[in-house]
Design a protein around this ligand. Structure first.
Ligand code: DGL
Length: 259
């Protein structure tokens, strides 16, 4: 019986997580859902995100997914508990807990930064989760809402991306951090530019890698299948298609569905 891993995000960001999972578990089938019709999630209300996430989970469960990865920090912050209560028979994973654990273990008594959408940062979920494990860590948070549209448009490694990165990251509150958590699954796509900005003085925490590593410990490596990747979207844009193909190659198959 086919048993794919369901992965979802508002757009291409969750592909950073899907790619890491595909690398660690090459024999598992993956179904990715990009909720392009409702992108960006970062500006939406908690109830809207819960509603979108529930519809996506219904869709993925109908496709036989018993494991679902919320590959989006905003949906992890706003909808994880709701989804766990609604689908007790499904294993649901969020992208925040593994990163909070990693940072709390490796940066004791340090000052750490986190950047993300307005929703994620406004929820204060990172400071809450990190401090619940180790209260000696000081967490500096900054909403960086222009990064998602920039990435969805594929405008990385341009003068625009460099200027926006500089504008955001030069704020005084982030000046003494030892590491910076990329608290949005889109952001690994501009990781090298962020790294360049810090000139190696700040460790950049790519949540996609940490999350995939942590989740893969709970997932069976093989379920007698081929390691395929199906991508569903709630709307189609050429930017999404281009980004998705850049990530997974031209064999990727996009299907539009109305949820
Ligand atoms: N990639 C998402 C996140 O991790 C959502 C970004 C957005 O749609 O605003 O928060």
């Amino acid at each position: 019986m086919r048993d794919p891993i369901g992965i979802f995000d508002s757009g291409v960001g969750g592909l950073t997580v899907a790619k890491e999972i595909a690398q660690i578990l090459p024999n598992r089938d993956l179904i990715y859902f990009g909720d392009i019709a409702h992108l960006p999630y970062g500006d939406k209300s908690r109830s809207a995100i819960q509603e979108y996430s529930t519809r996506i989970c219904d869709f993925l469960i109908a496709k036989n997914c018993n494991d679902i990865v919320i590959a989006c920090n905003t949906a992890s912050a706003f909808a994880y508990q709701t989804l766990r209560r609604k689908y007790p028979e499904v294993n649901i994973y969020n992208v925040i807990d593994p990163v909070a654990k990693y940072v709390a273990t490796n940066f004791k008594s340090e000052s750490v930064g986190v950047i993300g959408t307005k929703g994620t940062i406004g929820s204060r979920i990172y400071p809450k989760k990190i401090k619940a494990i180790d209260d000696s860590i000081s967490v500096k948070s900054l909403a960086t809402p222009l990064f998602v549209p920039l990435i969805e448009e594929g405008l990385f490694k341009t003068t625009i991306s460099k200027a926006i990165i500089k504008k955001y990251l030069s704020v005084k509150s982030l000046s003494d951090i030892k590491c910076l958590i990329l608290g949005c699954t889109h952001y690994p796509m501009i990781q090298s530019e962020i790294q360049e900005y810090y000139k190696g003085n700040v460790e950049i925490i790519n949540s996609a890698k940490i999350v995939a590593q942590s989740i893969s410990e709970y997932l069976e490596p093989q379920k007698g299948v081929s390691g395929s990747m199906e991508v569903f979207v709630s709307d189609t844009t050429t930017a999404f298609e281009k980004n998705a193909r850049r990530f997974f190659g031209s064999k990727i198959n996009l299907t539009k569905v109305d949820l």
